[in-house]
Design a protein around this ligand. Sequence first.
Ligand SMILES: NC(=O)c1ccc[n+]([C@@H]2O[C@H](COP(=O)([O-])OP(=O)(O)OC[C@H]3O[C@@H](n4cnc5c(N)ncnc54)[C@H](O)[C@@H]3O)[C@@H](O)[C@H]2O)c1
Length: 475
Amino acid sequence: MLFPARPSFQSPTSTSIARDPPMSNPVDPQPHPPTSKASAKNPADSARRSFLKASTVASASVVAGLTTVRPVRGAEPQNASEEPVRIGLVGAGGRGSGAINDSLTINQNVTLSAIADVEERKLESVRKGTAKRHEGKVDVAEHKMHSGIDAYRRILDDPDIDVVLFATPPGFRPQYVAEAVDAGKHVFAEKPTCVDPAGYKICLSAHEQAEKNGTAIVTGTQYRRQTNYVEAIKQLHEGVIGDIIAATMRYCSSGIWFRNRRPEMSDTQYQVFNWMHNIWLSGDQIAEQAVHNIDTMNWIMGGPPESAYGSGGRFTRPEGSEMWDNVEVDYIYPGNRLVSFMCRQIPGTQGDNSNIIYCTGGRCTIRGGNSGASIVDRDGKEIWSMKGDIGAAYKQEHKDLIDSIRNGKPIVELKNTADSSMTAALGRMAAYTGKNVTWDFATNESKLDLFPKDFDIDGPRPEPEFAIPGKTPLI
Ligand SMILES: NC(=O)c1ccc[n+]([C@@H]2O[C@H](COP(=O)([O-])OP(=O)(O)OC[C@H]3O[C@@H](n4cnc5c(N)ncnc54)[C@H](O)[C@@H]3O)[C@@H](O)[C@H]2O)c1
């Protein structure tokens, strides 16, 4: 067993509905300890896991018919009006409770039927909070609430569950999604879906397997369903302002939360609890937050870039954090089109969440959240604009998932999101090492696998170490 069953641990985190951190200061009220001194080692050095192999073998069992994909109740026409589609939530934190709220709000005849989280206290809190908002749509018996590091497995093993919604830290995502696909479940997977090349390969294999199974995978890249994004990008693709020459992407804010360690936590429990600051779990801000901009750019450009060259550093992160304060990357997309990317989380700095696309006949600006989109011609005259409604987009992804299952045409979109997550990892690899890194190298040759191969939730972990360009090796 890759993740041995262990006692769950407790923490004081809140379970309020979460979206990506707002552009105003989202810093946790706990004070940041001072920044630690530099270290030369890349956290990837110790990372190797055997999961990829295990996943491939497991997926092969579905192909061989060893695992049966059970038809989803509610997808069968004769039962559609009677049987609800039952959702199991894995990761009952801020976004998990937000995502299940979105699904139950927009969909009829669906229920939250099981909850899993490493922390036991999260379970009741989410069950109670969700039941309060959604009368009659929460049906989670005591024995359907699972805690501990292998809690997700109880949901995958549960024949009553049709759809599994994953909102754990991203480092777990590739493995969990692959196992869910192998168990014949439909999946909703939050972004990013991987944080390294090894996880990317698992995602590609899971995507393929879901297509063979006839099971859905929808991902938490809500901007793909946000009307102003869709309309702006449609016009770009129609050539309304000519050919795309270059673009900028910015995801800059004034900070992110940091969770202090509690005395009873093992090293690994603490890293999972404070996951944002451990690269094997979050992928750093370029993957964790800015993947939204990167996903938008891959969508606009028609696929991932050919190469990345970047830089960055850290001045303000607390001791124990592996995150950088800022990352800048020049991505080269096919057709020699440059996309200049920047993300930053530094207190007191000006926020910006925007994508600006420069074309032969004008410029298109698409801002994150509800900030809208516009197109101007070469003289700067506005020729189109539209407001944004991110709340509607957050719900639409859950409607599309359930509708696609009920229609018998399950959406499988993991590859696109894995491409975008890998594009973020590519940019991080370039910036951390100070080298020009190609997509081809990162996806075909790189051996980078950040997940601890000796993962034990109760066990020790090496001290967090952050990357130093010129010393951190390109693996
Ligand atoms: N689409 C969006 O706009 C959006 C917004 C916010 C967060 N997210 C994504 O949602 C995910 C979770 O973010 P969050 O803000 O909810 O974090 P969070 O820390 O609030 O919640 C994570 C939850 O997962 C639990 N957990 C950790 N490891 C687990 C494991 N192995 N098995 C089961 N449970 C585990 C934690 O105890 C916690 O309850 C991240 O990938 C994040 O990027 C997406």
